[in-house]
Write a protein that binds this ligand. Structure first.
Ligand code: ZN
Length: 163
């Protein structure tokens, strides 16, 4: 959802656990299975984004960088599992959007980018799927970091999907 300090601490813990950049040791991967779909991400500069999955994350997902500046996504599989497959893929796409948007990165832009890329890639194909956002994001609060309150957020996502 966002980059915040509490979560950055979790991320550094993950990075510290890996003295060498070996995928099997640090748990990072270049793609992740989200609701049955193998997903990967590149940042604005074309750099592949490494992905970590941990239930220790205090969020559904975050996009941040390691101390070396490498772009990473961290996902909490337990929180992800509370959402439908469509919304799970969108959470991943949202976090990827934070990296892919570069200078245009913002919470609302990442929301929009995520749903547009899903439509382009065939993950979004029905109006009913947009209804899932209205239900599943309904109780999310807005934030000072730019998250719209859930109902407005779902409405903006639907608008992006259809424009
Ligand atoms: Zn976000």
């Amino acid at each position: 959802m966002s980059i915040n300090r509490r979560v950055a601490a979790v991320v550094s813990a993950v990075a510290l656990a890996s003295p060498a950049p070996v995928m099997a040791q640090d748990g990072g991967t270049w793609s992740v299975n989200v609701a049955g779909a193998p997903l990967s991400c590149r940042d604005y500069y074309g750099t592949p984004v490494r992905i970590y999955v941990t239930s220790g994350l205090n969020n559904v997902g975050i996009a941040t960088r390691t101390q070396n500046g490498q772009p990473i996504i961290v996902l909490n599989p337990n929180v992800m599992a509370q959402f439908s497959p469509t919304v799970q893929v969108w959470w991943f796409a949202h976090e990827c959007g934070h990296h892919a948007l570069g200078p245009n990165n913002s919470e609302t832009n990442a929301d929009c980018w995520g749903i547009k890329i899903m439509r382009q890639q065939g993950f979004l194909y029905s109006y009913a799927q947009l209804g899932e956002f209205a239900v599943q994001l309904a109780n999310l609060p807005g934030s000072r970091m730019g998250h719209l309150p859930g109902p407005q957020r779902a409405q903006a996502i639907a608008y992006c999907a259809l424009t």
